[in-house]
Design a protein around this ligand. Structure first.
Ligand code: NAD
Length: 308
């Protein structure tokens, strides 16, 4: 299988490393220092359970350098770059090739479908975690299952993707309920990401500090009310308990929104807490915690160059 990974930051690099032993992987990312470091010295991956390993992958800043006709394009940019990434996928995918998003937040699949067509795009979620330490160097920060939404019209391609992922050591299953997958992950991000970014603490602290848990619980309950009104079945019974569990399982992890704020980069708040606020408004469900968390993150983004 030939796989293009579009967006080779923390997660793209990680998935690229895992898939490289069982497929031909092309990493595509405009981050020049990162691509140069991978081409020169290989990609260093710090493992969750052992010493670092170095992977020698094909890495490009310019997608035109990749021979088109790939079987799979995995989109791992941040959500604000999804459309651009989908255009790159369109350039590279073969006739039967699929684009897969494992990004967080609402709306990525719809953006990709607009560029590629409904039958060429699939979505999923992953519990793996990654942190980009620097150019050519990523840390595997947490392991967990990956789910991809099943689509009967793509059954053959999806089965091949599942086989390849499993051969690469990625625990993957197909799921029949896309909304449940996406919203199940979204509620976790609603609870953790903005708060971790504002407080600048690792995930674990949120779950063991009553003052944090109060804010987390309120933001998650608002999102759960939106989920209920939309008639979506979550993959777990108690959302706050699930968020607490994820905080404990990823205690040392820096949430990706925290990584963005520390890098003074834009965040994904518009597709996480802000998306809940917008859905709530449309449904007549109050979401004051999600509005306030969004506003603080947006203010942090707007003042990133003025930080004392
Ligand atoms: P990241 O910022 O480390 O990587 C994103 C990469 O995309 C960057 O290297 C950037 O240069 C690149 N990029 C930007 N525009 C591009 C374009 N047009 N074409 C190709 N590449 C482009 O982000 P990440 O942490 O790897 O997260 C990627 C996605 O996965 C996000 O949606 C995030 O929410 C989700 N996710 C992250 C984690 C995590 O632990 N980091 C876990 C699960 C899901």
């Amino acid at each position: 299988m030939r796989i293009a990974i579009i967006g080779a930051g923390a997660m793209g690099s990680l998935f690229g490393s895992m898939l490289s032993s069982v497929s031909t992987v092309y990493l595509i990312d405009p981050f020049e220092a990162h691509i140069q470091a991978i081409n020169k010295n290989g990609l260093i991956v710090e493992k969750t359970d052992g010493p670092s390993e170095t992977y020698h992958l094909f890495a490009f800043t310019d997608p035109d350098k990749v021979e088109p006709g790939v079987d799979l394009a995995i989109i791992f940019t941040k959500s604000c770059q999804t459309e651009e990434a989908a255009k790159t996928a369109k350039l590279l995918l073969g006739q039967k090739g699929l684009a897969l998003t494992l990004q967080n937040g609402l709306g990525n699949l719809e953006v990709i479908e607009k560029v590629l067509g409904k039958d060429r795009a699939v979505a999923g979620v992953t519990s793996h975690g990654g942190t980009l330490i620097g150019p050519g160097h990523t840390r595997h920060a947490g392991q967990g299952p990956t789910y991809i939404a099943n689509s009967p019209e793509n059954a053959q391609s999806l089965n091949r993707i599942v086989e390849t992922f499993r051969a690469g050591g990625i625990d993957v299953s197909l799921s029949e309920n896309l909304d449940s997958l996406i919203w199940g992950k979204l509620l976790i991000n609603v609870g953790i990401n903005a708060l971790a970014a504002i407080l600048r603490v690792p995930n674990g602290i949120l779950g063991i500090t009553p003052e944090c848990e109060k804010i987390m619980g309120n933001a998650v309950s608002e999102a759960a009310a939106v989920v209920k009104a939309l008639g979506i079945q979550l993959p777990y019974k108690n959302p706050l308990e699930q968020v607490r569990k994820v905080c404990a399982n990823t205690a040392e992890n820096r949430a990706s929104m925290l990584q963005d704020i520390l890098k003074r980069a834009g965040t994904e708040v518009s597709v996480i807490n802000r998306a809940i606020a917008e859905k709530g408004k449309a449904l007549g469900i109050p979401t004051p915690y999600n509005i306030f968390l969004s506003e603080i993150i947006e203010a942090l983004e707007a003042t990133s160059e003025k930080r004392i």
